[in-house]
Ligand binder design. Structure first.
Ligand code: PXG
Length: 290
């Protein structure tokens, strides 16, 4: 595997960054997780746009243009002969001194890793997932806005550990007001009386790219889509529930905090959206091999 670091390619084992990089010392940086399907990079522009938005929010200058970065991601896939894979794009504050001040970091680093994707087991998609609400509350947007896809993911990791301790793969994270925000690496949707509902981004969710795609697909299907504040009660009494994310795609949820959701199996609207998502990933995206 060849890893891109600041304009050069290194063998996987030789691809290293400094222990003085503030990405390591302080989680000071931003990242994206992107998928390639059938030799095309899915929603690349949207991911790069979000990366620039995250960077802007933390006053991090990305030392490459939008177009150059898009090109570099496609190139990293080509060099690694990726057809179906996962791309991790990371921008760190760069090498500095001990001490928080980002002013000491003169050169932000850009890293691109293009690799195979580790998927959830197929049985999970067939039967549906069980999830739990966890004690760790989603970051306040006034403290560290969850819209920033930063290298500091401890809020999510703590929630993930709590879900794993409860025997589940994913956690429902509530915000400080007790409304549903999202999961640790996925956005959350419910279906109620044929309509699609998902928490508003102001509840503490990432501006999920898969979330946006699913909302568009649902609208094309003639479904009503809304973004109200949701409580656990709303989740328990939903007809269907599913999660969305670049890595996970669309995962049906059949149990939340011990309550069976709908008929206890993946619902028809979830299945329809899964199918349409699959078609879209097949037929769109930036071509890797021209
Ligand atoms: N919420 C959070 C907190 C995320 O990190 C999503 C929602 C879904 O967003 P997208 O844009 O992907 O639809 C994410 C994304 C991983 C991995 O390595 C995590 C994500 C994406 C890809 C891989 O676990 N999280």
């Amino acid at each position: 595997m060849k890893v891109f670091i600041d304009g050069k390619y290194y063998d996987g084992r030789a691809a290293k960054i400094s222990v003085f990089d503030h990405g390591l010392l302080y989680g000071d940086g931003v990242f994206e997780g992107i998928r390639a399907y059938h030799g095309r990079v899915f929603k690349l522009r949207e991911h790069i746009d979000r990366l620039f938005c995250s960077a802007k929010a933390i006053l991090l200058h990305i030392p490459m243009s939008h177009a150059h970065l898009m090109h570099a991601v496609v190139e990293a896939c080509r060099i690694n002969k990726i057809r179906d894979g996962y791309i991790r794009l990371v921008v760190t504050r760069g090498v500095g001194t001990l001490g928080l001040s980002p002013n000491r970091c003169k050169n932000p680093s850009v890293i691109i890793i293009a690799d195979k994707i580790q998927l959830y087991p197929p049985a999970l998609y067939q039967k549906g997932m069980e999830i739990v609400t966890v004690p760790t509350v989603r970051n306040l947007h006034s403290a560290l806005n969850p819209a920033i896809k930063s290298l500091n993911y401890l809020n999510n990791i703590l929630a993930k550990i709590e879900a794993n301790q409860a025997g589940c793969e994913e956690a429902v994270m509530l915000n400080a007001e007790g409304f549903v925000a999202e999961c640790t690496g996925d956005n959350l949707f419910i279906v109620k009386k044929g309509a699609l509902l998902t928490p508003p981004l102001s509840a503490g969710a990432l501006y999920g790219i898969t979330r946006g795609v699913v909302m568009e697909l649902a609208e094309e299907e003639g479904l009503t889509v809304s973004e109200p504040n949701l409580t656990r009660y709303d989740l328990f009494n939903a007809d269907e529930c599913f999660l969305t994310g670049t890595g996970a795609e669309i995962v049906p949820v059949v149990k939340i905090d011990g309550r069976v959701i709908g008929a206890g199996k993946p619902g028809p609207i979830t299945r329809k959206l899964e199918e349409e998502y699959r078609v879209l990933t097949k037929n769109s995206g930036e071509l890797i091999y021209k």
